[in-house]
Design a protein. Structure first.
Length: 297
């Protein structure tokens, strides 16, 4: 039964994942009618409806969701193994997709990758900016970058940067007629620039620590953005206090365009880590990228 179903199962997985017969057909190199015929044949043999079709959308039925949850990881493992075998050629090749925030890309990933990619022209790297906790398996990324060592079960973490910290900063003009905050709770009386988290749409609660005691403060202000570079510019322009990576703020702090506040409450913590599935059989291309990104010393 498996032999006659394997092609149809692959077609179902791609359609269910893409929620589109058109996109699935393009990925599989088949006609849309051919993909539709495969799905109908599979449904008839199984005796259940796997997809709900309308003129505008395609979505799995509960039975389809169950089958997708079972089959998608298996096909992914097979696909990864085939890629790994193909990489046993003389020259490592393939696409490596990594999701990270733009600060990590600018200060950690790109400075390291550019030193080695010129030697491996057949390795392609896609860097996707994302501040959320992306499901790298579901979104078909090879790896993600996250601050600290806390990762999901089934993942491996590799340190790729030194320690980092967030700092609270504002322009001298902002503090010209205001007192600087002395403790984190004082921020509630200030105009603060919020960071909106893309994953759930909520606002980031500013995190501080001193003498083993943690403080989380939910701030308010006139401005909100989902990009730290935009928040930095808003702070430099005097529109409030920002809470951003120290490395991003450092040039403006050194130039006097910003001043730091609450420094005693901004501790260092483990820096950026690259995380990836533990069950993954690393390809030669991925191994090269991982090796160059690992923090030395």
């Amino acid at each position: 039964m498996l032999r006659e179903n394997v092609t149809d199962l692959m077609a179902f997985v791609v359609v269910a994942r893409e929620r589109s017969f058109t996109r699935a057909a393009a990925q599989l190199g088949l006609s849309q009618s051919g993909v539709s015929h495969s799905i109908r044949g599979l449904e008839e043999r199984l005796g259940v409806r796997l997809l709900t079709r309308t003129t505008r959308s395609v979505s799995p039925t509960p039975e389809g969701e169950r089958l997708l949850a079972t089959m998608a990881p298996r096909f992914l493992e097979i696909e990864q193994e085939l890629f790994a075998l193909s990489d046993l050629r003389e020259k490592p090749a393939g696409m490596i997709r990594i999701t990270a925030d733009d600060f990590a890309i600018d200060t950690v990933l790109w400075p390291k990758l550019q030193k080695v990619l010129c030697n491996y022209p057949e390795i392609k790297v896609e860097l996707v900016v994302d501040y959320g906790l992306t499901d790298i398996v579901a979104e078909r990324f090879d790896a993600g970058v996250r601050l600290g060592e806390i990762i999901s079960q089934g993942m491996i973490a590799a340190r790729i940067s030194g320690n980092q910290r967030m700092v609270a900063v504002g322009a001298p003009a902002y503090f010209a007629d205001r007192s600087e905050p002395i403790v984190p709770q004082d921020l509630t009386g200030h105009n603060c620039i919020n960071l909106r988290l893309p994953t759930k749409g909520g606002l980031y609660a500013w995190e501080f620590e001193k003498d083993g005691q943690d403080f989380k403060v939910r701030v308010n202000g006139q401005l909100t953005s989902n990009g730290v570079r935009q928040i930095l510019q808003m702070a430099c322009d005097g529109y409030g206090i920002a809470f951003i990576p120290e490395g991003l703020a450092l040039p403006d702090l050194q130039a006097g365009r910003l001043v730091q506040v609450l420094g005693d409450f901004c501790p260092y913590y483990p820096g950026y880590h690259l995380y990836y599935p533990s069950r993954r059989q690393p390809s030669a291309a991925f191994s090269i990228v991982l090796d160059v990104l690992r923090e030395r010393g």
